[in-house]
Design a protein around this ligand. Structure first.
Ligand code: ZN
Length: 698
């Protein structure tokens, strides 16, 4: 009694709650976290960031390779073990020609170039052609139709106003809330457009939001958002090796059979140049929602503006490079905590992804220094620097496919940071099993601007001041609606690991443009690199807690609550049906989650190592159990039964059931409900410690 009262008093004195540790190991963990608070240097992070962003480093280029070698060398210096550069050969077509020419009502040729800005020399060097990765090659001409955000409903409006898009050039805007550009391309392709031009309207990420770069964070008039348009919501990774790794000599399918490759030509454009075309359109005035921030009357066309669009790609298979390194665990080396960030950028990648790469480099130094000082984690921490994320989440998908079996046996969780800092607003997206873990970690790290815990700063800042990108905005600290758009996808949807994806966000209108560079970050996004440093600390606290906790900080009780909410949602979309089979399975999942939590608490209280090990193995099996190995109908790569991305990249919950409801296919709804119930039962069996497909080998 006295001892435990003392322990809890000293815990209170030492800091806020941390789940999963015995008093003795918590004391060691707190020491470690003091080091994680002190060690990271914002000056080193700034220097690394300057180096990472010194030149454009598109995936597969010489500079990308140099940065892979630099990353490996720095990790070795930091003390990481087994550092290696793994090569995959993937379809990575570079554009060799991109042009947009107006032929009527007057001849005009778009430059498709971003203008230099005085005082920012990075904008003065030629950053190459601006293009959409995986656009089809071709040469087409046609009248232009302005189709708003390019959603299916927008084309329906056009059709109802007598505007036909077939064989024409669709002009659409990037939109807020963010909708994946590949969805716009797919929609235009399905509607029979000959090509699509996607431009950045000033209302979305330019002067309509606030001051533009170099005065402020938003996009100047000539900024162009590059990006992939690949249909990676069907299958991510190399389009020619769907579901298996692109190791040298791997079997490849013909490009014509690759379901993720678009067949439409697509080109990105600035608002400065799109305005010329928009001004030349006649036809009906558009709905209010389509009107952007340009001082013009937005009309739909078709024509009389007529343009010729040409795109030529080299269609080459190129090498890309994943860098991995480890800090081998002292007690459980065959349990892995995997941390990842992508390295490749569309140009300099100031925020996306070099902010995250700089934070991760400093984390490697921080944890490497601890290991050298004898503070080695109990479980192994694996670092990964991914490549070609910007193309189709490529190297993480290939690596996940290659090491699928090993990951399924060994990995505890995957922690992703793509962009670490474009501002001060903490956002996290994760599976519900990690909600409490994330809240506790964010509570242990100070917000640099206010010097209160990140969780408190998050409460006072709320959700204002968001960028133009998808984020965890919502009423909860952790967003449990997972879509896609970064490297966690393979780990969640293909391997079945608990994942978290996090960043510090702010107003940010230069995404995938030449202006997303060192100066933008150091002057506007994160002066002093304080949030980069906070991310290093937070990531370090998370990594070491996952690696050192006696009881793994995975709690499936909130997961069952979320599934129950998701079931309510799908029921509302098919009110004539009750999802009793899935509900009953979810009740068993909830009971098993509660059982695992109480077994874990009892084992922790007694510091019963055998019991803790058994509960940890159960907890690791639960997420695996939620996979259905045949995958979702039509997209077998996506196996998770609770989460999948929609073509918009928006999250889709209970995807098998939800898509069957969308198709109004009653037998398929019933069949998918059975699969969902079976997945929940596998997760429940894992949580009860029963061996089966969901369970993990010891
Ligand atoms: Zn990124």
């Amino acid at each position: 009694m006295a001892a435990s009262a003392q322990a809890s008093a000293s815990e209170k004195a030492a800091g806020p709650a941390v789940s999963g540790f015995t008093p003795a190991s918590l004391e060691a963990q707190r020491k470690l976290e003091q080091h994680i608070t002190r060690y990271p240097s914002s000056e080193r992070i700034r220097a690394d960031h300057r180096f990472l962003t010194a030149q454009p480093h598109v995936a597969g280029t010489a500079r990308d390779r140099e940065l892979a070698e630099w990353t490996a060398a720095e990790w070795r210096k930091a003390g990481l073990e087994d550092v290696r550069i793994l090569e995959h050969e993937v379809l990575l077509p570079y554009a060799t020609e991109v042009s947009v020419e107006m032929t009527a009502p007057k001849p005009w040729r778009a430059t498709l170039r971003e203008e230099p800005i005085a005082g920012d020399e990075d904008t003065e060097t030629d950053a190459g052609l601006t293009y959409h990765a995986y656009s089809a090659s071709g040469d087409v001409s046609g009248e232009v139709v302005y189709a708003g955000s390019g959603n299916p409903a927008d084309y329906d409006w056009l059709a109802s106003h007598g505007v036909d898009v077939k064989g024409k050039i669709a002009l659409v805007r990037y939109s807020v809330p963010y909708s994946y550009r590949g969805f716009k391309a797919l929609t235009a392709q399905r509607r029979g457009a000959a090509a699509i031009i996607i431009y950045s309207d000033p209302a979305d990420d330019g002067y309509g939001k606030g001051k533009v770069y170099p005065e402020g964070p938003w996009g100047p008039e000539s900024h162009i958002q590059r990006g992939g348009i690949v249909y990676d919501f069907m299958v991510p990774g190399d389009p020619l090796t769907p579901g298996w790794a692109s190791v040298p000599g791997a079997r490849r399918i013909p490009a014509a059979e690759a379901i993720s490759l678009p067949t439409i030509i697509s080109v990105p454009m600035s608002y400065k140049e799109a305005r010329v075309i928009l001004e030349a359109l006649r036809g009906p005035e558009t709905p209010r929602a389509w009107k952007g921030g340009l001082p013009i009357t937005y009309r739909a066309g078709a024509g009389p503006a007529t343009v010729r669009v040409r795109v030529r790609n080299d269609d080459k298979v190129r090498p890309i490079w994943t860098v991995t390194g480890k800090i081998t665990g002292s007690a459980e080396p065959d349990r892995w905590v995997v941390l990842g960030n992508h390295r490749d950028a569309w140009v300099y990648g100031g925020v996306d992804p070099s902010s995250g790469s700089a934070s991760m480099m400093e984390l490697a130094r921080t944890l490497g220094a601890q290991a050298k000082d004898g503070m080695r984690p109990k479980r192994t921490i694996v670092f990964a620097s991914w490549d070609a994320e910007e193309w189709t989440l490529t190297s993480s998908s290939e690596w996940g496919e290659q090491y699928e079996q090993e990951l399924r046996e060994k990995a505890v969780a995957y922690v992703n940071v793509d962009s670490s800092a474009s501002g001060p607003n903490f956002t996290a997206t994760a599976v519900p099993a990690l909600n409490r873990f994330i809240a506790e970690a964010a509570n242990a790290v100070m917000d640099p601007a206010t010097n209160v815990p990140i969780t408190d700063a998050w409460k006072t800042r709320g959700t204002k001041e968001r960028g133009a990108l998808p984020s965890g905005a919502g009423d909860d600290l952790v967003n449990n609606r997972l879509g896609s758009g970064s490297d966690y996808t393979v780990f969640l949807n293909f391997v079945g690991l608990p994942i978290v994806d996090m960043s510090f966000d702010g107003p940010y209108g230069v995404y995938h443009s030449v202006y997303d560079n060192h100066q933008w970050v150091s002057r506007i996004g994160d002066p002093g690199f304080r949030y980069h440093t906070a991310m290093t600390r937070l990531w370090g606290v998370m990594a070491t807690r996952l690696a050192n906790a006696d009881l793994l900080p995975l709690d499936y009780r909130p997961y069952a609550e979320r599934v129950s909410e998701f079931l309510n949602e799908v029921e509302r979309r098919w009110p004539e049906r009750r999802f009793d089979v899935a509900r009953a399975a979810n009740a068993r999942f909830a009971a098993a989650a509660a059982g695992a939590a109480s077994r874990g608490a009892a084992a922790l209280a007694k510091n019963d190592r055998a019991a803790l090990s058994a509960v940890n193995t159960s907890l690791m099996g639960a997420e695996r159990g939620l996979l259905e190995m045949q995958g979702l109908p039509g997209r077998p790569w996506y196996r998770h039964q609770i989460y999948a991305p929609k073509p918009t990249y928006a999250p889709e919950v209970l995807p098998g059931v939800a898509e069957a409801i969308e198709a109004r296919d009653a037998p398929r709804v019933a069949e998918q409900e059975q699969k969902l119930a079976a997945a929940l039962d596998r997760a429940a069996a894992a949580l009860r410690g029963e061996r089966g497909r969901g369970t993990v080998n010891r």
